[in-house]
Write a protein that binds this ligand. Sequence first.
Ligand SMILES: [Zn+2]
Length: 423
Amino acid sequence: MYRKLTAAAFVAALICPAAQAETTYIRAGSLFDPATGRVSRDAVIVVEDEMIAAVGDYSTVIPDGANVIDLSESFVLPGVMDMHTHIVGNLDSNFFAGYFQSPHRATIGGVVNAEKTLLAGFTTIRNVGASGYMDVAVRDAINAGEIPGPRMAVSGPGLGITGGHCDRNSLNASFEERGDGVADGPWAVREQIRKNVKYGADLTKFCATGGVFSKGTQVGMTQYTLEEMQAIVDESHTHGRRVAAHAHGNEGIKRAIIAGVDSIEHASFLDEEAIRMGIERGTFFALDIYNTEYTLERGAERGVPEENIEKERQVGTRQRESFTMAVRMGAKVVFATDSGVYPHGDNAKQFSRAVRFGMTPVQAIQSATILPAELLGWDDRVGRIAPGLYADIIAVHGNPLDDIEELEDVDFVMKGGVVYKDQ
Ligand SMILES: [Zn+2]
């Protein structure tokens, strides 16, 4: 895949108008290509403005006085990606903090969390579910260069049935509490998706089953009829938006796959039939196998009610078995952590669990680079270090193929040609 920067290409670069671009040369001691799973030694990455212009080796001609970044002692790889995050809100450690924070305050939390996520090496994320289009605001501020943060694909409010996991159910009826994305019936869900598109959503998130952290829902129970799910998928795809379905229970997972969703979030109670159905239809599975440890260890002190901790106990072990089975059967398993359930910036802790529960280190990195790029439809811009893609590049000191926990301590972060961290 890598194109050597030839002398001719170099001269062409001097002659053409692009020569006015800001050019940076990165020397990479080890360079990982997730497309092939191979490491090349002594590479040079040529970055022009925000894009990768070329990838060559140490024979690449570097002009005198050029801007050079020396990562010759490092292991260099594309910025990693997390396909299930909740970066707005959660400024303090209390489970019910959301009830006492204004949307404006919660959005500022998103600003803080976006930077933490980027500095942990995550240069692209999906944010799946945010009321008041707070995620749209954070994404737009990042894209405008006003605040540091990853590239974001955002859903706006997640769709859900009345009283379902994507609703808000904690308060009694006199409060008339209701989630922003609640919509019942095929036409109501279409209307909500049109509204989300109107206000800037990149994708659709909906709740196909109960969930761990909602009051009164059962993780195994399906929410939405097949007709409603098909309407969600059809309307979203009509607008060029992909669909992420929150689904723990096996029936809800299968119904969502049949409806044609692009990814199953959590995917806790998979069986072989569900995995085969997903493989046949190209459905991605996004299993968040780290956060269960955090919830069981720290949830109670954060005020998580016993009802929800008990649901996590039901889900955690079984979900990891599902992960192992899905990886073994060759399903598309993407890196997705549910950040916000645990502290932002700790996303990379899931890599070691991915390896423990069945992935090779190469697969684990692929699950956070080329696979998410494919899921987002962004494989022409992120996920690899190759000419024509954004210069989203990270580096660690050790070799993560020997010790995957190296990715928990990222030393260098570049996004779009801009260095955000260099230790
Ligand atoms: Zn989530």
